[in-house]
Write a protein that binds this ligand. Structure first.
Ligand code: FRU
Length: 524
């Protein structure tokens, strides 16, 4: 009898323990749900959830990007009072992890000298400009004053980028009689101990040098007859990188954007690899060789954070001048790409710019939606329970006999965006012909392709980021990248794996839902 009673007692105690634990868990997850919500201004069906957008109004190029005291500052071309290009000044957002962004008040606004166009910023640590007073330092920004003609202006910040003063002696660089004369990007050149400014000037880049960030002297020009020349050159960028991580083999990378005439149509970026000796840039390769930065339509005016150790991290405006003002989003237009870490590698005998996603992505994976390995794919495999509109796909295919394979993402009854690989022609591609709303511009629907050799062991790796209105593909560890905006219906949230004209082995596939970067706690 006693034994029986003891057993009963134990059962009751265990039962209570189980109930308490279960109840506790439920309570915390419910609480969590309540605390973390996407504010309604950021919860529209086409609003990117892990790509930066301003809450309202028009945005284009990233500007003035600088890493300072633990914060990444992103300034950007912004119209503070309308959802179209106009009244341009610099908007401002700040991040500590390159995933969550906080929008700040406008940093620079148009005035009677003109609008404030694109440019960069540096940390004047040793007060070479004399703008900060004895023993002090601060941030200095350079921008184009777009008045009757384009001249260059300077502004400085004594409070870590929060507020800016325009320099009284503006413009610091008058216009020499060149119509398109803009987008100053300044870097510190260690070897010659000089500040260097790059300016886009029609079909070339002009280099200037300075000791004090205020007085500039022309050093050289690069670009006439070089690379792609189908449009006006804009927003240049310059940095040094070791080839294959070898610090004794440094090269310089000059990137410049061009509108129109890019590989995917409209505006896009190209880069040159070579040497910069403090005065002039000389490129490797033939003068009509072209290196495209991104093979999609929507990666423009990339700029890297200055004052940042290690490999450069850049991001770009995720749009295209061809249709930017027609995009079907309100009350904002324009989004930024994911931040990308840039490096240089030897690939098939050529020196290639490699781009890989940067920032705190892994810790923002909210759940694993798919986990597959060693699966033969032939035909179409829809994933029935899949429902998501913001996620990361990490996939490795082993080439078999298939002509074409990949994924259909943001799939609905009538809509799909196809991201795949054509193994006959060694091309990665994104097909957005039926991606959703494509009607706002006749050149929006299309298929975009990037040459991509399989890895040495015959694999094709597709690392893909799908957001509410974009797809960004990093193929074979960033050896090729493609970025495209899409505007699917809210309920086009399906996913399919496919192979046609043969089969392919999907060695591994992981799909992670990503957390919205806009989620905030109600308590805040
Ligand atoms: C590039 C660009 C720049 C210019 C800015 C104006 O997208 O055309 O050349 O400074 O945008 O917003």
């Amino acid at each position: 009898m006693r034994k029986w009673l003891l057993t009963l007692g134990a059962i009751v105690v265990i039962g209570i323990l189980i109930l308490v634990t279960f109840y506790d868990k439920n309570e915390t997850s419910e609480q969590k749900e309540k605390e973390l919500e996407i504010p309604k201004e950021y919860n529209q069906s086409l609003r990117p959830q892990f790509h930066y957008t301003p809450e309202e109004n028009w945005m284009n190029d990233p500007n003035g990007m600088v890493y300072f005291e633990g914060k990444y500052h992103l300034f950007y071309q912004h119209n503070p009072s309308g959802n179209e290009f106009g009244n341009m000044g610099w908007g401002h957002a700040v991040s500590e992890d390159l995933y969550h962004w906080e929008e700040k008040p406008m940093a620079l606004e148009a005035d009677d000298q003109g609008m404030i166009f694109s440019g960069g910023a540096v940390y004047d640590e040793h007060n070479t400009s004399g703008l900060f007073g004895e023993g002090k330092s601060g941030l200095v920004a350079f921008y184009t004053i777009a008045g009757e003609e384009q001249t260059q202006g300077l502004a400085y910040s004594e409070d870590g980028g929060e507020t800016w003063k325009k320099y009284r002696g503006n413009p610091i660089l008058p216009n020499p009689g060149i119509k398109d004369f803009r987008d100053p990007k300044v870097i510190w050149h260690e070897e010659s101990e000089k500040w260097i400014m790059l300016l886009a000037a029609g079909n070339k880049v002009i280099f200037y040098g300075s000791d004090n960030l205020i007085d500039w002297e022309q050093l050289s020009e690069f670009g006439v007859d070089q690379g792609a020349q189908g449009g006006v050159w804009e927003t240049p960028e310059l940095f040094q990188l070791p080839l294959d991580g070898d610090p004794s083999n440094q090269k310089w990378v000059l990137q410049v954007d061009m509108n129109p005439g890019s590989i995917a149509g409209g505006s896009g970026g190209q880069y040159f690899i070579g040497d910069f000796d403090g005065k002039a840039f000389t490129r490797e390769g033939a003068k009509d060789d072209i290196n495209w930065v991104d093979y999609g339509t929507d990666f423009y005016a990339a700029q890297a954070f200055s004052n940042h150790e290690g490999n450069p991290i850049w991001l770009a405006w995720m749009s295209n001048w061809m249709y930017a003002s027609d995009l079907p989003t309100d009350p904002w237009k324009g989004a930024m790409s994911l931040p990308r870490e840039v490096s240089l590698k030897e690939v098939n005998g050529e020196t290639r710019l490699i781009q890989e996603p940067a920032g705190e992505i892994e810790s923002n994976r909210s759940q694993k939606l798919v986990d597959l390995s060693d699966k033969e794919v032939e035909g179409r495999i829809p994933l029935d329970d899949f429902k998501a509109d913001m996620y990361e796909v990490v996939a490795e295919f082993k080439l078999a006999t298939s002509g074409e394979f990949g994924f259909r993402v943001r799939k609905g009854d009538e809509e799909e965006t196809i991201v795949g690989y054509d193994s006959k022609n060694n091309l990665a591609f994104i097909d957005r012909q039926n991606s959703g709303d494509t009607s706002f511009h006749e050149q929006f629907p299309g298929v975009y392709r990037a040459p991509l050799e399989p890895t040495e062991d015959g694999k094709v790796k597709l690392h893909l980021f799908v957001d509410r209105s974009s797809v960004e593909l990093f193929a074979n560890d960033g050896k090729r990248v493609m970025t495209n905006r899409i505007f699917p219906s809210e309920d086009s949230d399906g996913f399919e794996i496919y192979a046609m004209n043969g089969k392919v082995t999907l060695e591994s596939l992981e799909v992670y839902e990503l957390d919205s970067s806009w989620k905030t706690s109600e308590k805040e």
